[in-house]
Design a protein around this ligand. Structure first.
Ligand code: 3H9
Length: 717
């Protein structure tokens, strides 16, 4: 306990330091240590005030999410009774000043608000991100926050889950002073000022002046619920958190706290909380690669260079510039280069217009991107990313060329989305330096990078790719070198299967609506139109040789392709598009589908939403199981992260593999067998799925077993 929370005295002020690395979560022992230290500080006659500060890189990043995970799955007793702890802080007989650096998130901010005063360094981040975990603040945050910042700001902070920086927190009244320079010294000086002034302690729970009234705040709650429905579609916690804040206005503090606890319990017991907590840990597990440790050397990336200033190259250049990495951007023709730079500028302009950053920041970022037609300066680059057209011949010629120019320790990356990274590496004299960095469009926005590890790719290069992804604010997931890697390999059967219910009786709109109601960011036909029907058609052609005789092939996409309906870019595909690119159902497509079905002798019928979801998702999950067994992904959770961060899969369902676990693998496998009987061979349960279903197991349990086995016998992907 002493190790987690330490007490010292500095010139008449007691200093309580929380020391629970890495993020000072409120794990067992921390709350108890905090209370013991408060008791001791109060009894110390030499201390006139108390400062609470975080050791290491942060204040308190929240309740221990591992404890929440246990509570969510019905194991463990859950987080401690915070009411007693927070009341103890608030009732302290000496002024308590919370000194914040790094982050005060969730339970961290709730502890801070129980103090009498709060000070923070300028870049400290403060917030209530609980909705990201499918829960609401459960340590009286919904009751104290509106008392400090007002109801509207509290609703916004809790529904969005987004943290704010100290200067904004000061404006809102969440903190009392921004400390420039040394935090502890500033907090000590502040504490002495307060002690000198004397007077009663300021208890947040007793403040009421910013609460308004049920009547006055009604429109704020209505707007908060609208915001929740719009920005957090289908999610429980963002709506529930508004109910809890409403209780702060309508009920006395203690009753409001009881209401908050009830709602917290409801949320933590939900499937959504379990899925979102899984997603939290999955996202952090992806960087744990068996043969790569913290000691693995990482190349320092000070200068990047990109080949190709198209949509992908331009987006990657922006991602580098946003992270402060200077980048050379090469094209073959001036016109293409100008187009690429104009797009980058337009994107940055839009961000400035939306107030995301200032024109000065935009200028700094533009200045980091150096457009050029030659390889000049590439010899200095630490990382070269090829983002040229998806053609093996072209990529090979580029890699052969950069092999001659790049310095020996330069990482050579390809942004290929499907091609064999080993074949690309084979034309260089240093395959160990070659890796795939598959960004997703728009690359300056999308968080996923598939890191494709080739046969020869060195550990140091993989570790560098993970570090670069993190530096760019992205999630790097290491995958093996198979066709389409993980994401696109699973996408293909999904895109293909979705077309059959349409031939059999559904419309593209019905399929898309079902998928978006399920929570997908976009319906599959809308995705098809955005990516290009021509692209879908060509990819389908490439995979044709994999299909066995007698296996059904989709027919409508090919017809759309030959009609020149290539999607958004031609104004028509599965949908028709108006000038704002809004998709509209098209009777011509309906007629085309019906004629196609008639020609093929398919009797059209009513298709249920359940069938649509099962056919679209189970085929994808089945492919995921094959990928796992073949070793192209390390964990089912890695696949989930890929789909959550790159393919718009709803986070509150945890990703496709987690979703399969929640349905039950036996049910998924048995339904696949039924589809096999109805629709033929393409539907055949993957051996891993079959085995786990027989054993009554889950992918999550399989992950844990694999992780444990790898600890004893590390292996390459
Ligand atoms: C809450 O407080 C509920 C309350 O209302 C009370 C209810 C009764 N617990 O992200 P990183 C681990 S809900 C346990 O890579 P960064 C993380 O797993 C909570 N572990 O670092 C990782 O472990 P490992 C509200 C935690 O610098 C390591 O720390 N709070 C927790 O990129 C490093 O994490 C939040 O939602 C935790 N609370 O980012 C904040 N936090 O090394 C959640 C982190 O073994 N945390 N870990 O993989 C974050 O957003 C980021 O971790 C943070 C640091 C921004 C703090």
């Amino acid at each position: 306990m002493e190790q987690l929370v330490n007490l010292t005295t500095r010139d008449g002020v007691a200093v309580i330091t929380i020391d629970n690395p890495p993020v000072n979560a409120l794990s067992p022992g921390v709350p108890e240590g905090l209370i013991a230290a408060l008791d001791a500080a109060e009894q110390d006659p030499s201390a006139r005030a108390i400062v609470v500060i975080g050791g290491g890189r942060t204040f308190i990043a929240g309740a221990d999410i591992k404890e929440l995970e246990l509570a969510a799955s019905g194991r463990g007793s859950g987080p401690p009774d915070f009411h007693r702890i927070l009341a103890r802080i608030e009732d302290a007989g000496k002024p308590v000043v919370m000194a914040i650096h790094g982050t005060a998130l969730g339970g961290g901010n709730e502890v801070a608000m129980a103090g009498h005063y709060r000070v923070a360094v300028p870049d400290a981040q403060i917030g209530q991100p609980e909705v990201n975990l499918g829960i609401i603040p459960g340590a009286e945050g919904t009751q104290r926050l509106p008392r400090l910042v007002g109801v509207a700001a509290a609703v916004d902070l809790c529904v969005s889950g987004k943290p704010i920086r100290a200067p904004e927190a000061l404006k809102l009244g969440l903190i009392d002073r921004v400390i420039e320079g040394d935090l502890l010294n500033g907090a000590l000086a502040f504490a002495r000022e307060i002690a000198d002034k004397g007077g009663p302690r300021r208890k947040t729970s007793e403040l009421t002046d910013k609460l308004g009234s049920e009547f006055v705040d009604a429109s704020i709650f209505a707007a908060g619920r609208d915001q929740a429905r719009k920005t957090r579609r289908n999610m429980l916690a963002p709506l529930k958190v508004v109910d809890a804040i409403e209780a702060a206005v309508n009920l006395p503090f203690d009753e409001g706290c009881r209401k908050e606890r009830e709602i917290f319990q409801e949320c933590i017991a939900s499937d959504q909380a379990r899925a979102l907590i899984h997603a939290f840990f999955a996202e952090r597990a992806v960087s744990k690669i068996p043969d790569i440790s913290k000691e693995t050397a990482v190349y320092n990336i000070r200068q990047a260079a990109i080949i190709g200033a198209g949509t992908m190259g331009g987006g990657i250049a922006m991602a580098c510039a946003n992270a402060g990495i200077p980048v050379l951007l090469k094209e073959v023709e001036q016109a293409a280069l100008d187009r690429g730079i104009a797009t980058i500028k337009k994107n940055y302009d839009n961000s400035v217009k939306k107030g995301r950053f200032s024109p000065a920041v935009m200028d700094q970022r533009m200045a980091l991107i150096h457009p050029q037609l030659t390889y000049e300066g590439f010899e200095q680059a630490d990382l070269i990313i090829e983002a040229a057209f998806e053609s093996m011949a072209l990529k090979k010629s580029i890699f052969a060329e950069i092999d001659k120019i790049a310095k020996p320790d330069c990482v050579l990356a390809s942004n290929t989305s499907t091609l064999d990274i080993d074949e690309i590496a084979s034309v260089t004299s240093r395959p160990r330096m070659v890796i795939g960095l598959h960004f997703f469009s728009p690359a300056n926005v999308m968080r996923l990078v598939e890191i494709v590890r080739g046969q020869a790719t060195s550990k140091e290069v993989v570790a560098t790719a993970l570090a670069v992804s993190k530096k760019l604010g992205k999630v790097g997931v290491v995958v093996g070198n198979c066709r389409g890697f993980v994401g696109n390999r699973m996408m293909l059967p999904y895109m293909r299967e979705a077309q059959f219910p349409v031939e059999e009786g559904a419309t593209p709109e019905q399929v898309d609506r079902t998928l978006t109601n399920f929570g997908m960011a976009m319906g599959i036909f809308a995705v098809d139109d955005m990516a290009g029907v021509d692209v879908g058609y060509r990819v389908g052609q490439e995979y044709k040789h994999l299909e066995k005789p007698g296996v059904r092939t989709p027919r409508v996409l090919e017809k759309l392709f030959h009609l020149g309906r290539h999607g958004q870019k031609t104004g028509a595909g599965w949908y028709r598009y108006d000038e704002n690119r809004k998709p509209v159902a098209d009777p011509e497509v309906h007629a085309l589908i019906e004629n196609t079905a008639q020609e093929a002798g398919i009797e059209r019928r009513q298709i249920t939403e359940d069938e649509i979801i099962q056919r679209c998702l189970y085929i994808m999950i089945n492919e995921g199981a094959k990928i796992l067994e073949e070793g192209y992904a390390l964990r089912a959770a890695d696949i989930d992260v890929i789909y959550l961060t790159g393919y718009g899969f709803p986070a509150y369902r945890g990703g496709p593999m987690w979703y399969a676990d929640t349905v039950g693998l036996k049910k998924v496998r048995d339904r696949i067998a039924e589809f096999g009987a109805q629709h033929g061979d393409f539907w055949q349960a993957a051996p891993l799925l079959d085995r786990l279903a027989d054993e009554g197991e889950t992918f999550a349990a399989w992950d844990s077993k694999q992780d444990r086995a790898r600890e004893h016998a590390p292996a390459l992907v």
